[in-house]
Design a protein around this ligand. Structure first.
Ligand code: ZN
Length: 101
């Protein structure tokens, strides 16, 4: 897993304009996903079997839970896995993607 250099919060993958960023769920700090960061990130996902538990406990902090609907969390989690899987299957980063959007 990747953690925020500022507050130590969990960094989650984020898609923007065809690029992938990592965004802190606590302070919204954003970090561009470079090749080296991606390697580190995906490696930790494939080896860390407790990813799901970690993610859940981080997001389900009482203060956060009151602010976010369950539906929103579910959607966010789905997106997280979707992007994580994509990252693991793609070889290159920073490549322009075709007109799929
Ligand atoms: Zn942070």
């Amino acid at each position: 897993m990747k953690f925020c250099p500022k507050c130590g919060g969990l960094m989650t993958p984020l898609r923007r304009e065809g690029r992938t960023l990592l965004k802190c769920i606590r302070c919204n700090y954003e970090q561009e996903l470079t090749a080296s960061v991606r390697r580190e990130y995906t490696a930790s996902i494939t080896t860390d079997k407790s990813l799901r538990v970690v993610t859940t406990s981080k997001i389900s902090e009482p203060s956060k839970r009151e602010l976010r609907s369950k539906e929103e969390l579910e959607q966010e989690r789905e997106e997280f896995y979707e992007i994580a899987l994509e990252l693991m299957s793609s070889e290159e980063i920073g490549e322009e993607e075709g007109g799929e959007y």
